[in-house]
Design a protein around this ligand. Structure first.
Ligand code: HEM
Length: 650
């Protein structure tokens, strides 16, 4: 029975009952008033819920836990815990703090248990022992022939030692131990014990985990041709096809050559207007919250902001998700959530065609993809008509004033590309540029909320450099501390936290030989927090990046810092994303002060392609009072048309 933990919590009485058998388990709360206990139970599977009842009964904790067998509660995560508490208490409001405490303790408890198991060597695969010692001793005393044989055995043992020395440290994973955990956290603990290159085996499957800068450099740059995207390509194929992220070989080379020129400096400069305009819409939304004093969930707002930006930037489509949202917005989220679920799913049931047809979730995914594909096909067709009618001359750094999107660039460049490939490329850019930037903003605001000194310094810089005007590329150069805040946020919360590769041939990683077909995880989380590479690695300290030196990159940090990857597959949206997140950050902190909402759920981590929060980033927003420092148009009285003109003239 996989009962996870018993933890301190408010003295409410909860009942365990099962809708199928009407059995129930309850225990008295009389002793609870002072003892404050909550038992948090992990449900191994829906079918085992019956088996839970006796265990709950026998645990004797002053707590009733109600659950419904028709709901497949595989495990009570933070949100489920709150739902259960809310259902039990009728109103979770007065228990919120207790529930938050319980969740935090649950996280800590799980991490501690795992750390203890790792430290005990439970998962360690030890190198071979000296198994022939006794025989050798016996042989050595058995005359000349025995001595010859004993010598041969010594020689054999020595060869084994040499082989062992070249054998990668190996640890056996226990999938159950990491289910529901952000998987990069246990990888960090294992890295501290097994080092920069080790093998992690789950049953028949094994992965090489890399947390060493020089090995990462070898994989991403020096010998990158010997590696493909492996599992990542398999997972993303359903939504990105042969778009740039999953693509390998010739397709990747041709498409990378076609797309990189589209993200040129003039393009990024033109996008500054879009960043400002979209952030302005978010400011308007937050203004309402600042007036009402209501708590806002920033993670989803950042997701809407970056979706609106990337839609316009890539194919000139206004998702308008900050203002109202629509079916297509929902379709994008369904597809992205599915990509994330598949990336952490254990059993790939979606590969079974019949299940794709009958599982409701998969039917929703198919419908969402259909809608997205049709929308993209229409956008491509419309843009093609416009480009043909315009008959514009294509040149380096080409940009169309009316439609500066990447799609327009690609069509004017008249690359020989099929509609399907173009659609895959656009979908890839949409996904690559959406959740990543949203996650960076989410974790940056989370970090700042806990670092008032850094926030004050940031606001001071933004006030003096930007005032109330909209940022342009020149400001980006001057907002040095703002850049360092983003750099540091990306160090602590890299998006994605691991890069995935598969070896196309045998190779040597550090001193360890690997075979063709090995799956490799390069852990950016580990690299960015390795104690031997960073001073106080867990601290949020933008000052670690001096303002009089260039901003950190993978090159000047010699591959210990890889927020945008490195080598030939480095992110092509790095400048776009840096300016986008800086613009949003600067404009938001100029206008508002943000605090974590008191009593909101703790900000835990969960992972898909990027690091998400477990239950949102709930913040209260207050308007900052400061004089308008610029004579230029203020953000609030500027008209949309003026904005567009202003930024087209950049
Ligand atoms: C802060 C936001 C972003 C972060 C942290 C980020 C991070 C990354 C990383 C780490 C990679 C390397 C993946 C690997 O080597 O396996 C990557 C690749 C990529 N990124 Fe980004 N990215 C961001 C924003 C964007 C944006 C805005 C776009 C598009 C406009 C974009 C487009 C891409 C593409 C197309 C690739 C694949 C490149 C290739 O394989 O040739 N990214 N990104």
């Amino acid at each position: 029975m996989d009962i996870m933990a018993a933890m301190a919590m408010g003295g409410s009485t909860l009942t365990a009952s099962c809708c199928r058998c009407n059995s129930s388990s309850s225990s008295s709360s009389s002793s609870a008033a002072s003892s404050k206990l909550l038992r948090v139970v992990r449900f191994p599977s829906r079918h085992q819920t019956h088996a839970l009842l006796p265990a709950l009964k026998s645990n004797g904790l002053p707590l009733k836990l109600r659950y419904n067998c028709s709901v497949p509660l595989i495990q009570l995560n933070g949100r489920q815990t709150r739902l259960v508490a809310a259902a039990l208490n009728g109103n979770a409001g007065d228990k919120e703090e207790d529930v938050s405490d319980a969740e935090r303790l649950l996280q800590q408890q799980k991490q501690l248990e795992l750390a203890e198991r790792i430290a005990s060597g439970e998962f360690t695969v030890l190198p071979r022992k000296d198994r022939t010692q006794k025989i050798r001793r016996a042989l050595a005393n058995a005359g000349p022939v025995g001595r010859i044989l004993a010598n041969k055995l010594v020689h054999w043992e020595m060869q084994q030692r040499v082989e062992d020395a070249l054998k990668m440290p190996e640890t056996r994973g226990d999938v159950k131990a990491v289910v529901g955990e952000p998987f990069f956290l246990p990888l960090y603990k294992l890295f501290r014990i097994y080092g920069g290159v080790f093998r992690l085996t789950f049953g028949p499957k094994s992965f090489v985990i890399v947390s060493d800068p020089q090995v990462a450099k070898h994989l991403l740059k020096d010998n990158c041709k010997a590696y493909s995207k492996g599992i990542l390509a398999e997972i993303l194929e359903f939504v990105m096809g042969t778009g740039l992220i999953p693509a390998d070989g010739d397709v990747w080379q041709v498409r990378r050559r076609a797309i990189v020129p589209a993200v040129h400096r003039k393009y990024v400069a033109a996008m500054m207007g879009l960043f400002g305009k979209a952030t302005q819409q978010l400011c308007n939304k937050l203004d309402v919250a600042a007036t009402s004093g209501e708590s806002v969930e920033m993670e989803s707002l950042f997701s809407q902001l970056t979706l609106d930006i990337i839609g316009k930037a890539v194919f000139n489509y206004d998702f308008n998700s900050l203002l109202n949202g629509s079916g297509i917005v929902e379709a994008v989220y369904i597809a992205m959530q599915e990509a994330e679920a598949r990336s952490i799913g254990i059993f790939p049931y979606w590969k079974v065609p019949l299940l794709r047809l009958i599982v409701p979730r998969q039917r929703r995914v198919t419908a969402a993809l259909k809608l997205m594909n049709e929308t993209l096909d229409n956008l491509i067709a419309t843009c093609k008509r416009i480009v043909e009618a315009e008959d514009e001359e294509f040149e380096e750094e080409y940009i169309n004033d009316q439609d500066p999107s990447i799609l327009h660039f690609l069509l004017v460049s008249r690359e020989n590309v099929s509609n399907k490939q173009l659609r895959d490329d656009l979908m890839t850019l949409l996904i690559a540029g959406h959740e990543t930037s949203a996650a960076v903003l989410t974790w940056t605001f989370y970090l700042l909320a806990q670092n008032p000194a850094a926030t004050a310094k940031l606001q001071k810089e933004v006030d003096s450099v930007l005032g109330d005007k909209l940022p342009n590329t020149e400001d980006m150069k001057n907002l040095k501390y703002t850049t360092r805040v983003i750099n540091e946020s990306l160090r602590l919360y890299p998006q994605p936290p691991v890069l995935i590769r598969r070896s196309l041939e045998s190779d040597v990683l550090g001193k360890y030989p690997i075979k063709k077909g090995e799956d490799i995880f390069i852990s950016l989380w580990n690299l960015h927090r390795a104690p031997h590479l960073w001073e106080n690695p867990e601290d949020f300290n933008p000052e670690r990046w001096p303002l009089d030196q260039p901003a950190p990159t993978e090159v000047n940090q010699d591959y210990r810092y890889l927020p945008f990857g490195g080598g030939q597959r480095k992110c092509l949206g790095d400048m776009f994303a840096t300016f986008e997140t800086m613009t949003a950050l600067a404009m938001l902190v100029r206008r508002f002060s943000f605090k974590l909402t008191v009593g909101a759920p703790p900000v835990g981590m969960t992972t898909g392609a990027t690091i998400h929060t477990t239950a949102g980033l709930h913040m209260t927003v207050t308007r900052r009072s400061h004089p308008l420092v610029t004579e230029e148009a203020t953000l609030t009285n500027i008209e949309d048309d003026d904005l567009v003109k202003e930024y087209q003239s950049l």
